[in-house]
Each structure stands twice: as C-alpha cells, then as structure tokens.
Write a protein of this length. Sequence first.
Length: 69
Amino acid sequence: MTKRKPITPNGGTCSLCGGPYTGYGHNPQPLRHAYEDRCCDTCNTTRVIPARWANYAKWLENPDGPQAA
C-alpha cells in the first residue's frame, strides 16, 4: 500500500486550472478524485460548487438511482 502524501497548509497548484492556491485549497470532487487533488478559490466557486449542485439536481430527479427509472 502506498503512503498518502499529507495535505499541508502551505498552498500548492490547483488541479483544475494550474494556478496557485493558498492554505489547504479546496476539495475538487466531483471534478477530480485523487486524494492529493486540491483546487483554488476561483475554481471552487466557478466550477466545483456548480458541479455539485448539478449532481444534486440530478439526484432530486431520481433519488432511488438509475435502476429505479
């Protein structure tokens, strides 16, 4: 088993746009899924949160999953 690299508060490179982020950054799921992936404030606001809302809207249409449709 490979050891995960710890997420540190030192900032880094956004996994979505390649720009810098400060502090811990943000979790970019559902757009990126690797443990180490982090994103900047701008991508979190303009890409990640809208994607999460879109996933939620899809779930509201069919909360029992695709098999139930």
